[in-house]
Design a protein around this ligand. Structure first.
Ligand code: FAD
Ligand code: UDP
Length: 387
């Protein structure tokens, strides 16, 4: 009998497994249908020995010091600031759009102040910003929207930006200075030895058992557990009772080239041409030195593993029905990007998992055999050190 069954060994499941095992001294079984831990952040060495991310580029960034400090227990870090170029009109230009993007695209020599006026002259007034189109045209006008956002978004999501919630393109800022970093968060790092090594340390605890290639649907009646944490798609958990939620998928084409470098930065976006949205060259992210280089091309798709909840109002309405059902389902916690149907970054999922743990601590008595008087010394010590 396990105190907890956790479905999914990504960030949501692994953080909770670590917290429950370490702080409450409870027995955890964590299962994943994939043959590895780490969820979508999983990385591994490919056949040529280059460290790649199996499910596309993952860059850690956060403004939350507590989340960074928590993960720092399991990894050292490599400082890394992400830079992305977009291929537009035959040039590779900085995205997010900044002063250099505009000056190079149009052969201008504007200052930041002049660029502010330049944007203001082109921005389209929008009464209420609701959609992903509104966000961009109201900031920089229609021409830049069409060059940098419309095509990419249509490929990525399979719908026009005018049919997507504003939160999608609002992820990408517009700048009038020369800052060409993709993110502006305070903490921007890559795990020094990779994500999988970080997950291995997180899950390395005598109270945690891991079962891979194990689908919850196949074993749910066979495993004895007191409580469940589910981090897969919430609609699947409830047998699609209110219909399937839309998740966007990707097909990844991984290639290795017999040359040291392929492109000047880790990610190049293709908003105007090609069926793929972006190409990632991993050595820029990881700092690895290798005579060859490995790349991933991302092809968006309706079918395949669910990667992105699709932020549109009708999907949100359907999710709300599942969420209401989840609230009435005792002893089951739904956590993570798929189970809470939120377009969350890694740090947000870690924050959500840590908050869930605090709720569990407040609401759920410890398993009888693990009452505080029986808590082993190492767990008691870590309780003190984290307080
Ligand atoms: P997941 O990592 O999806 O883990 C869920 C796990 O549950 C999976 O391993 C799955 O196999 C398992 N599972 C599902 N159903 C079952 C079942 N029935 N039985 C058993 N196991 C099951 N975030 C960033 O912060 N920075 C980035 O640069 C970044 N880049 C990204 C790029 C791409 C292409 C994608 C798709 C996402 C990116 N993210 C990024 C987001 C990041 O991947 C997520 O925030 C994070 O990995 C979510 O963790 P999770 O545990 O909620 O879900
Ligand atoms: N986007 C775009 N052009 C770009 C970069 C982003 O249109 O060059 C839009 C697109 O809709 C994308 C969204 O902004 O899905 C969010 O971009 P982000 O890079 O955050 O996507 P993710 O890394 O989550 O796939």
């Amino acid at each position: 009998m396990y105190d907890w069954l956790i479905v999914g060994a990504g960030f949501a499941g692994s953080v909770l497994a670590e917290r429950l095992a370490t702080e409450r001294n409870e027995k955890v079984l964590i299962i994943d249908k994939r043959p590895h831990i780490g969820g979508n952040a999983y990385d591994c060495h490919d056949r040529s020995g280059v460290l790649i991310h199996r499910y596309g580029p993952h860059i850690f960034h956060t403004n939350a010091e507590a989340i960074f400090a928590y993960l720092s227990r399991f990894t050292q870090w490599r400082p890394y600031e992400h830079r992305v170029l977009a291929q537009v009109d035959g040039q590779l230009l900085p995205i997010p759009i900044n002063l250099d993007t505009i000056n190079r695209l149009y052969g201008l020599d504007l200052t930041s102040e002049e660029l502010e006026r330049w944007f203001a002259e082109r921005a389209e007034p929008v009464d209420e910003i609701r959609t992903s189109e509104d966000v961009v045209v109201s900031r920089v006008g229609r021409e830049l929207y069409e060059k940098f956002f419309r095509g990419y978004t249509r490929k990525q999501w399979g719908v026009d930006p005018s049919e997507l919630d504003k939160s999608v393109t609002a992820r990408v800022p517009t700048r009038t200075d020369r800052d060409d970093r993709y993110f502006s968060d305070q903490f921007q790092y890559m795990p020094l030895h990779g994500y999988t090594a970080m997950f291995e340390r997180m899950l390395d605890h005598p109270n945690i058992e891991i079962m891979l290639e194990t689908d919850f649907r196949a074993v749910r009646g066979d495993i004895r557990y007191r409580r469940l944490i589910f981090t897969g798609p919430i609609d699947e958990y409830f047998d699609f009772r209110f219909g399937a939620l839309l998740y966007r998928s990707l097909q990844f084409r991984h290639v290795t080239l017999d040359q040291e470098w392929h492109q000047p930065v880790a990610v190049v976006n293709y908003p105007m041409d090609h069926a793929y949205t972006r190409v990632t060259e991993y050595k820029h992210l990881t700092g690895q030195r290798h005579p060859q280089t490995s790349l991933t091309f991302e092809y968006p798709s309706d079918t395949g593993d669910p990667y992105y909840p699709v932020p549109r109002s009708e999907n949100q309405e359907r999710f709300k029905q599942y969420e209401a059902l989840a609230r009435e389902t005792p002893d089951v916690w739904f956590v993570g990007r798929l189970a809470t149907y939120r377009y969350y970054n890694m740090d947000q999922v870690v924050g959500q998992a840590l908050a869930t743990f605090r709720r569990i601590e407040a609401d759920v008595p410890r398993a009888p055999s693990r009452s505080p008087s029986l808590v082993a010394v190492p767990a008691a010590a870590s309780l003190q050190s984290s307080s």
